[in-house]
Design a protein around this ligand. Structure first.
Ligand code: GRG
Length: 304
């Protein structure tokens, strides 16, 4: 090797490209999200503040990013993905606000700050959550860049992932059946529905916009559900080993979770195992799956 000449490996090149893409995409996403949430009714100032408090409080924006990456793999311009991306983050944020309410998880801290209801009260927080949720469907339906048949498919997918067979069902089972002695099938149900399902919807809705084939959608489902599962096991690990300051949210150490069921060491192996399964599932996209691989590897290393 010549002295003084920096050698960039192929992997480093891909990583650099992906990080640049992630940052640029996030900037574009933040600008459009702010436009979608603009509200100029003076009577609603506090409600708007409550919504913005949670929507712009340092969320990692993983679900929108995943949707943009998938859409880009199918050559969809980001202008045609942005309503979906913002809708996903609105749904996610709505679910976090509701999840923290006293009659649900009764969590006081979220993303390193007091939870929405701690600042604005339960009444306003509940309305902020429902307001965000309904706005999500509205922005997809109003999107002039999406043909009607795609809007129908995307909104159907989003409704399905939130409903009884999605987040709502997962939350119900979590509230009513989670305990220290909970067995694997119940835990699996909760996390497939509370966490993995929205990951799956993010990738598959973007793939639908991109006219992906059935086989391609299936591969993305497999990627997203494995990644979502790895994500949740890591969440439980961070809950068990971290502090509120490090993790940025109220901890749930006493509730049934993967760490109670399997212990720390096995959980660490499981996170790697599910991440590898996710990466294996997208082999059919060889040559254009680098960003998805890097996204999986980045989530494996996250600390909050
Ligand atoms: C959709 C309003 C509505 C309700 C559905 C309350 C409820 C029913 C479901 C709760 C779902 C929930 C909060 C699941 C937790 C998923 C999870 C792992 C969240 C953390 O995701 P990150 O780390 O969060 O991406 P950030 O803070 O980065 O956005």
């Amino acid at each position: 090797m010549q002295r003084g000449v920096a050698v960039i490996t192929r992997e480093e090149g891909h990583m650099k490209e992906a990080l640049l893409y992630f940052n640029e995409t996030k900037d574009y996403f933040e600008t459009r999200l702010a436009q979608y949430m603009a509200c100029d009714e003076p009577l609603l100032t506090t409600l708007e503040e409550s919504i913005k408090y949670s929507l712009y409080s340092g969320g990692k924006r993983i679900r929108p990013l995943f949707a943009f990456i998938v859409g880009d793999m199918f050559g969809v311009p980001r202008e045609r993905l942005v309503s979906l991306a913002c809708a996903l983050e609105m749904i996610h944020t709505a679910s976090l606000i509701m999840d923290d309410l006293p009659h649900m998880d009764n969590a006081k801290v979220r993303r390193g700050r007091p939870a929405n209801h701690v600042v604005y009260g339960q009444d306003v927080a509940a309305l902020a959550s429902i307001g965000l949720l309904t706005r999500a469907y509205e922005i997809v339906l109003e999107d002039p860049d999406l043909p009607d048949h795609k809007k129908t498919l995307v909104v159907g997918k989003l409704a399905n992932v939130v409903g009884i067979n999605g987040l709502v069902g997962g939350q119900f089972v979590d509230l009513k059946f989670a305990s220290e002695t909970m067995q694997y099938p119940t835990l699996e149900y909760i996390h497939n529905h509370k966490t993995a399902a929205l990951f799956v919807a993010s990738g598959t809705a973007a793939a639908i916009i991109g006219d992906a084939s059935g086989e391609q959608i299936k591969a993305l489902e497999e990627y997203a559900s494995n990644l979502g599962f790895a994500f949740q096991i890591l969440d439980d690990l961070l809950d068990a080993t971290g502090t509120v300051e490090e993790v940025g949210k109220s901890l749930q150490k006493d509730k049934g979770n993967f760490v109670l069921l399997y212990g720390l060491d096995k959980c660490r192996l499981l996170v790697e195992d599910y991440t590898n399964r996710a990466i294996d599932a997208i082999k059919i996209f060889q040559g254009r799956n680098d960003r998805l691989i890097i996204l999986g590897q980045m989530l494996l290393k996250r600390k909050s």
